[in-house]
Design a protein. Structure first.
Lengths: 239, 234
């Protein structure tokens, strides 16, 4: 570390090297949790969104029910049900699943994945249903099979339309991840709560963490803006 | 019938607290949103910068962090102010910053920022010819706002306000974390005491689902009423 930072840390009561390390651990946990839930959620939501657009109600109905329930209830309740509920399943404490799920990180990850997958499914469904019919007809005219036109034409086209809404979902997930701290996970908010209770310094502890979240949010916004520039280049007005 | 071991009535009471909290926060959010949108559209640079700083700040910070800051920090500020008033002016004044007040303030503040964007878009969607017509009739600015802009803006704002309301309703669950006895907190305490998480959290989830589904129907109904004179398919 540069000398002036060390000097500043030495003169400050709350922001010492120890608390900074605590914040750093929290930052790593938050980024891991959010990134993994978004990644797994996205992978799950693409097939779910395709199923959701199928005309047969026995196929699309269950997906609709899943997204309706997960979007209609608070994430905090979903987290509590999964976190407290898993430990109550008969006999789980003897199986190998318990070695995974006794760490609060994994129940939280499961709750976040199910929640973000529900929202993302609906975002992708909206984009899929807005596909111009001419694109599908053109693909059919070229003799593409269902699989090929979905992979080459419909999904890439829908991805462009979904990008804007998905960037909001990513930011929403980052902000929602703050509730992981209520199930004893030391994420950024958890670190701030620890530091608050150790020093009784609400402003230092929470404003510092708010700034870190802001930095993360604006990084995400910047990345998505670059992505939009690349993916929507063909829609840019000339000159 | 569902056996909640005597926790049923307190969960019901908690549900009432949740609804009260949500409605009061919505009121604050709408007021802040109207002020924010008017500032952004006022053409005054200072007001515009202020409103933009407000919406940017809110978008960057998680609701829970904001709530913790306001709940713990707000009390410290109030205590300092109360001490100051007592020693300087001999005024004995004190405000307990309880979870309900902090919750309403935080949620109102956060959704005020989202409402600002909703109302701004809605104001811009009103045909500018309408404002010119108002001017031509010799209306003052305030008159144009109240009689022409505001009623026409409402129709455009409604879908956005509805979405914000649905998110707001679910955000109220967070206030249980700072100790408000809403239905989430009651369910948490009951499930810890009885070691039966599903039994208490699932009914609470169902109440939330009913609230969001009910609001969805209500918003659809209001929307069909305010769009009576609008030709579809434009």
């Amino acid at each position: 570390m540069p000398d002036f930072i060390i000097q500043w840390l030495n003169t400050h009561d709350v922001f010492t090297a120890t608390t900074m390390l605590h914040y750093w651990d929290g930052l790593v946990t938050t980024v891991q949790l959010v990134f993994l839930s978004l990644l797994i959620g996205l992978i799950l939501s693409v097939p779910l969104a395709i199923l959701r657009t199928v005309r047969n109600p026995f196929v699309s109905g269950p997906v609709w029910l899943y997204t309706y329930i997960f979007r209609g209830t608070p994430l905090l309740i979903q987290l509590y049900i999964i976190y407290y509920g898993i430990a109550q399943i008969e006999g789980i404490q003897e199986t190998f699943w318990w070695t995974i799920f006794k760490d609060p990180f994994y129940p939280a990850l499961l709750a976040f994945v199910l929640n973000t997958a529900a929202y993302t499914t609906e975002i992708i469904r909206g984009a899929l249903e807005a596909t111009p019919h001419g694109e599908v007809e053109a693909a059919k005219a070229y003799g593409m099979s269902w699989f090929m036109r979905t992979r080459r034409i419909i999904l890439p086209s829908a991805a462009r339309r979904a990008l804007q809404a998905y960037s909001n979902e990513v930011i929403f997930m980052l902000h929602a991840s703050a509730i992981a701290s209520v199930v004893t996970i030391v994420d950024l908010t958890g670190a701030a709560r620890d530091i608050y209770s150790r020093f009784y310094a609400p402003f230092d502890a929470f404003i510092a963490v708010a700034l870190m979240y802001m930095a993360l949010t604006f990084t995400i916004i910047f990345v998505f803006r670059q992505l939009e520039k690349r993916m929507l280049r063909h829609l840019k007005p000339l000159s | 019938m569902l056996d909640l071991h005597g926790y049923g009535p307190s969960i019901m009471k908690g549900a009432v607290v949740t609804v009260e909290l949500a409605l009061l926060s919505l009121l604050l959010a709408v007021v802040l949103g109207l002020i924010g949108a008017s500032s952004k559209l006022s053409g005054n640079r200072g007001l515009y910068a202020g409103a933009t700083a407000y919406t940017t700040l809110i978008r960057g910070v998680p609701d829970l962090v904001m709530m913790l800051l306001l709940y713990y920090g707000g009390q410290v500020l109030v205590n300092k102010l109360s001490d100051f008033l007592y020693y300087q002016f001999d005024i004995d004044w004190f405000l307990q910053f309880d979870p309900f007040i902090s919750g309403v303030l935080t949620i109102g503040l956060i959704f005020g920022a989202y409402m600002t964007e909703t109302f701004r878009g809605a104001f811009l969607a009103v045909d500018s010819g309408q404002i010119e017509a108002g001017k031509a009739y010799g209306f003052t600015r305030w008159h144009t706002f109240r009689r022409i802009m505001f009623p026409q803006m409402l129709r455009h704002a409604l879908p956005g306000v509805g979405n914000n309301w649905q998110v707001l309703l679910k955000t109220t669950a967070l206030v249980s974390i700072i100790g408000l006895t809403d239905m989430v907190r009651v369910a948490e305490q009951a499930s810890k005491a009885e070691h039966a998480p599903f039994k208490y959290f699932v009914p609470v989830a169902v109440v939330y689902l009913l609230l969001t589904a009910g609001s969805e129907l209500f918003i659809r109904w209001v929307n069909s009423r305010v769009s009576v004179g609008v030709v579809k398919g434009d």
